[in-house]
Write a protein that binds this ligand. Sequence first.
Ligand SMILES: [Zn+2]
Length: 116
Amino acid sequence: MKCPRCQEGDLFETSSFSFQKPFDMPKECPNCGQSYMPAPGFYYGSMFISYIFMGWFCLAFIALLHWVLGWSTAASFALLILVCAVFFVWIFRMSRSIWIGFNVTYDPKTKEQLKN
Ligand SMILES: [Zn+2]
């Protein structure tokens, strides 16, 4: 969860499991100045990444608990809801990180180097 251009600056203001300001991102990378909101509604696409990931994850999780480990359906879904609640912020941030990584290419120059 670093800046996709310099891979130095943090993409989010707090760590993934702090649960303080979970959705806040700086306006730009403190190291290279890459904008973290390159266009209005930029992170709309990251919704599809988290949707696809969570869809497959939930199916696999329930299948594992119910059919492999023999848990009841209610217990399987209860644990799934708990796991989703705990990892919600991490999944949100990871999908945003993957989405901006698709759209910004790596360039190790810092803000000062880009000025010259
Ligand atoms: Zn950067």
